[in-house]
Design a protein around this ligand. Structure first.
Ligand SMILES: CC(C)(COP(=O)(O)OP(=O)(O)OC[C@H]1O[C@@H](n2cnc3c(N)ncnc32)[C@H](O)[C@@H]1OP(=O)(O)O)[C@@H](O)C(=O)NCCC(=O)NCCS
Length: 262
């Protein structure tokens, strides 16, 4: 019997921890064959772990219905920060299909910060969705040309339609199942968007909104606390600093987090 020591590491543990396995190989004296007898974990070595690798698409393998979103985006007008994840019951590999009416000739951007959680069914309606509502007809005649473009008198076609700017989602925002974010909406840091909310207006920092149209359900902290949290901005810290202070980030103790930030 010849014990062989091997060290295994993988993406999910970022090569930062390793289990040492003893592999027992048995030699069969009649046939001359060698059999693997057992893999026995004999020691688990923990080095400094600083959370998952944000550059990995599926950080919870084998669960592939959750992705670190920035690693999947191909559209230059969609910008996603570190650790922000998207979970989808059917296909987490196709987030961009939820960013609707997003035309490159309009040029509007969807910008999402760090550490956001985006649930299945969340949709972003972009500026390309909007028709004019002031004229008698909302029908977009000019886009069809063939003589109908004369109603814009040679002006830029895009300028004819309502434009509400980029959609901007802050950091540490949780967007619940099937919520819809309308064009140009700005969602503050630490906000929560309730299940099936239709968000038509900007959402202040650390505020929970829900309903259609989404209204404020409650603030998560008072104004003074929110100002302190925005000043701390833990979501911009290094992975090492976040790891070292997780117990404060995952608490409601703002004093402790403020001390850690210094
Ligand atoms: C918004 C949410 C976080 C509130 O949770 P909570 O703090 O426990 O609040 P409560 O359940 O006590 O409800 C507080 C109020 O919000 C209302 N509310 C809760 N969820 C709502 C929703 N989706 N839409 C509209 N109003 C909602 C409640 O009716 C209640 O109203 P009231 O104060 O008039 O009685 C939660 O309801 C929610 O929507 N979570 C998202 C879940 C999700 O989609 N997860 C996806 C996977 S990550």
């Amino acid at each position: 019997m010849h014990p062989i020591i091997k060290i295994y590491s993988g993406d999910s543990i970022s090569g930062l921890s390793a289990t040492i396995f003893a592999s027992y190989f048995l030699f069969h004296k009649n046939t001359g064959l060698v059999f693997i007898h057992a893999f026995i974990p004999i020691i688990q070595i923990y080095l400094m772990l600083n959370g998952p690798n944000p550059d990995v698409l599926c950080p919870m393998e084998p669960h592939r219905n959750l992705v670190f979103l920035k690693n999947q985006i191909t559209n230059p007008n969609i910008i996603v920060g570190e650790y922000t994840y998207y979970a989808d019951f059917t296909d987490a590999n196709n987030f961009e299909r939820n960013v609707l009416y997003h035309f490159d000739f309009v040029g509007d951007k969807l910008i999402i910060g760090n550490f956001c959680a985006i649930a299945s069914g969340v949709k972003f309606i972009m500026n390309g969705a909007n028709h004019e509502t002031a004229p008698i007809s909302t029908f977009p005649f000019a886009v069809f040309g063939n003589g109908w473009e004369k109603i814009i008198n040679g002006a830029n076609l895009i300028g004819k339609f309502p434009y509400k700017g980029d959609t901007i989602i802050g950091n540490d925002v949780w967007i619940g199942y099937d919520a819809t974010i309308m064009p140009g909406v700005k969602i503050g840091n630490g906000a929560v968007i309730a299940t099936k909310a239709i968000v038509t207006k900007d959402v202040p920092d650390y505020t929970i909104v829900g309903g259609n149209p989404a209204c404020i359900i409650r603030k998560r902290f008072n104004d003074h606390q929110i100002a302190r949290l925005l000043n701390i901005a833990w979501w911009n810290w290094s992975a090492e600093k976040i790891t070292a202070n997780l117990k404060f980030i995952n608490s409601a103790d703002i004093d402790a987090l403020e001390n850690a930030a210094r």
